[in-house]
Design a protein around this ligand. Structure first.
Ligand code: HEC
Length: 150
């Protein structure tokens, strides 16, 4: 059910985008394929966690989840170096940016992850992950986002 809601959110986001605007150009088909693969990864992961096949929390809190859901855009190094990053405008946040790290609190980071960029007036290309990642694990991902600022 959660997954259906998540899909509905993705579709609503895609429909709302103006793909033809020159300033905000994104190769649509490529991006849709990418989003689909993200949805499938989210579903597989959610099912694995639900069935107990995969632990929701790993040795280094948030790392596994970040590497599953976030690196395509934010990069393994947090510097927006992921393969999907180049196609996105605005580009994904460079999580190692110390000035940005100092400006935001943990609650804001958790909200962006759970409810998506649009919930705080940022790009909807930063999708809401609340349907795929549990609140406890979001707290771990926030910690992992923080480690990029150290
Ligand atoms: C499809 C690409 C994509 C994926 C996948 C993605 N993000 Fe983002 N993210 C973005 C973009 C684009 C922005 C910048 C939005 C803006 O500046 O308008 C962003 C912004 C952010 C921000 C900065 C918010 C702020 O207050 O400035 C954080 C934190 C973040 N993402 C964390 C994550 C985490 C954690 C994940 C994985 C659960 C994730 N993102 C997955 C594209 C992505």
């Amino acid at each position: 059910m959660r997954y259906l809601l998540l899909s509905a959110t993705f579709l609503a986001t895609l429909t709302a985008c103006d793909w033809n605007s020159k300033e905000d150009y994104t190769p649509k088909a490529e991006y849709e394929t990418f989003l689909k693969s993200q949805e499938e990864a989210a579903k597989t992961q959610a099912e694995a966690v639900a069935s107990g096949a995969a632990p929701a929390v790993t040795e280094e809190p948030g790392k596994k989840t970040f590497e599953t859901f976030c690196v395509a855009c934010h990069g393994i190094d947090g510097k927006a170096s992921g393969p999907a990053a180049a196609a996105l405008k605005p580009s994904p946040r460079n999580l190692t940016d110390k000035a940005w790290q100092a400006k935001v609190d943990d609650a804001r980071i958790a909200k962006v992850i759970k409810e998506g960029g649009a919930s705080v007036g940022l790009s909807s290309n930063m999708a809401p992950w609340g349907g795929a990642i549990k609140d406890e694990e979001i707290a771990n991902v926030v910690k992992y986002v923080r480690h990029f600022g150290k």
